[in-house]
Design a protein around this ligand. Sequence first.
Ligand SMILES: Nc1ncnc2c1ncn2[C@@H]1O[C@H](COP(=O)(O)OP(=O)(O)OP(=O)(O)O)[C@@H](O)[C@H]1O
Ligand SMILES: [Mg+2]
Length: 463
Amino acid sequence: MIATYVAVILIAITLLSVYILGVLADSFYSTEKVKLFAKANIVSGLITEPDGMTDETRDSIARTLLGSNIRCIVVGKDLRALFDSNSDSDIVGKIVIREAINKCILKGEEAYVIGEGINEVKMLSAAVPLISGTRTFGAVYLAESIAGADAAVGDIRRNLIIFAIITSVLVAMLSLVLSLMTTAPIDNFISVSKEISKGNFSIRAKEKGASELQEMAKALNYMSQELEDFEQNRKKFVSDVSHELKTPLATIKLICDSIVTTDNPEPDMVKEFLGDLSEEVDRLTRLVERLLTLTKMDANQKVKEATPVDFTVMLKAIIRKLMPNAHAKNIMLYDDFGDISLEPVMLDYDKIWEAVYNVTDNAIKYTQEGGFVRVGLGIKNQMIVVTVEDNGQGIPDSEKEHIFDRFYRLDDSRARDTGGTGLGLAIAKEAVLLHGGEISVKDARNGGSIFTITIPYIRETAV
Ligand SMILES: Nc1ncnc2c1ncn2[C@@H]1O[C@H](COP(=O)(O)OP(=O)(O)OP(=O)(O)O)[C@@H](O)[C@H]1O
Ligand SMILES: [Mg+2]
């Protein structure tokens, strides 16, 4: 990345430098060319006599060139020098060979040459013909050194090279810092992802750098947090299940040992022990069944088997089914929704049945003899609202948020004795959430509890 930046900058600066230097040189040469020809024309205007030059003419030429570094040579038609402004030279009378003079005499018109050297010094030279009537009788040749301009262009070239080097170093440093800023968080993401894939879910990415990188880090951290929670829940579930299975298994083992170690046991005693054994097996079966129901709920992220459900019919069927339990405790179990009529709703019947059944079953189980359990039904904000109210022992506020957790029982040992697995409300919650609904509990006015289940009122006709 750094090399690319530096290469691009270098190429750009080189191209720009070549262009700037070219433009500078061109503009210098063209200005000088105009000046040189102007002077050459003035000089040629001073020379009128074809066969020689008077002193007066020489003086005039010297005056014209005064203050400049221009060398002036006047030649006759035979290319012999008639005049040379350089008094040190002995060129006068000799043949002068200069490209500009040759061109000029040959064609009888102005000629201009850049770079012709006199004694190794690069010159800019211009020649104009001396014309009398239609006859060319010689030429005026002016030459000026371009060493100064070349030196200036050289200076600029040097400065541009220094500028290019400094810029490239700065760009290299800047891109190094930038690439470190960009790649460091990405390196961090890669190592965090590798750790997560190895099962280390407690690791977190650093939320630093540009906002996009911070968003990426947040997403990665959210994922690892979710995985960590999931892993913790899994471990807790496995340990809870093992714990729940251990108690009935220990009881079964105890009963079996008692039968085995007793010599000639009485048939009545064996029968009693076998009865206890059967109860424990029932308890185990119930636990396993409930676990299976729960895992099925987990696996299904959405409702697969929706059928039209008439809530009044379903609630009445649940009440009918639980009526014997209520009678056994002399509890008044009743519905108070009269003849409310709801259109059938598309639901997974078994799951919603399970949810309402568990809540109603609890209300009967955790209400003392002679109490009541009322099942209500209504519609509020396009939601079906099922309420199950009892006047039982109630649930303390501190426990309300936990009772929907798996294996949670208020009075652990007593609940276990009543055969409670602590999974009923967890199953109910999963079933309700699966349908996009909610389940909650509040204190009832008379000291008991009111469980409320809400389910979106999606009519069969709307599906
Ligand atoms: N209506 C209620 N009144 C008082 N306590 C309740 C009521 N409903 C539930 N609870 C408490 O919440 C706990 C969890 O209920 P949940 O239905 O999940 O389990 P469970 O009833 O013990 O077992 P299972 O449902 O398998 O028979 C119960 O053990 C009980 O302590
Ligand atoms: Mg229950």
